[in-house]
Design a protein around this ligand. Sequence first.
Ligand code: FPP
Length: 234
Amino acid sequence: MEKNILEHIAIIMDGNGRWALSRGLPRTAGHKKGAEVLLEISKAAKQMGVKYLTVYAFSTENWKRSKDEVDTLMGLLRQYLSKDFNELVSQGIRVRFIGERDMLPSDILEKMGELEEKTKDNLQATLQVALSYGSRAEIVQAVKGVASKIKNGDMSIKEIDEKTFADMLYTKDIPDPDILIRTSGEQRLSNFLLWQLAYAEFFFVDTYWPDFTGEELKQIIEKYQKRDRRYGKN
Ligand code: FPP
């Protein structure tokens, strides 16, 4: 049997809070461990030849969490952008961010831009971090983009098709995910990449994100290779 094409894995990194609570720790301790695991999995995915990894780090919904939790996540992000993500630079991994940038603090935005710039020529592997991301908002924003192109006379209605529409999404230039993984036993999409996951194979695992390992990723890839994927990309 021919192997299924595997270019892109998307992950909903869920269960940080429950991981921490089950150890009698504050939820924020789960996010700290979760961020370390993100770095490990980014490296492991690259080693396994995965070209694109997209992770859901912070949804537009997450802004509604307690101030303490949001502050911790922003603090972690600051720390990773200033220090820990440098490891990705030296590993030759390109980093891109998708989401509503306007919602993020300006110092973080600046660091995100610097990291994107610093890693833009790393073509072997890309880590795409969804931050302040919501898929419906992304689609609405794309509709507005198409509408204003038409209004300005830069596009005709006839030219609207799946390709030209996808070009208006944050993920333009990146192939759709082949695999979606959600950790922690939950089986929902939670407004993540609704358009892009149209043909993805879904894997829901019980492991809380902070316990997720490269070995488990490898097992999922092996299972994916054995699935009969009829409606794959052409
Ligand atoms: C879901 O767990 C996870 C998040 C809302 C945040 C994910 C973020 C990370 C893994 C860290 C990202 C790294 C950086 C550098 C920002 P949850 O809190 O919803 O867990 P629960 O469902 O058990 O409560």
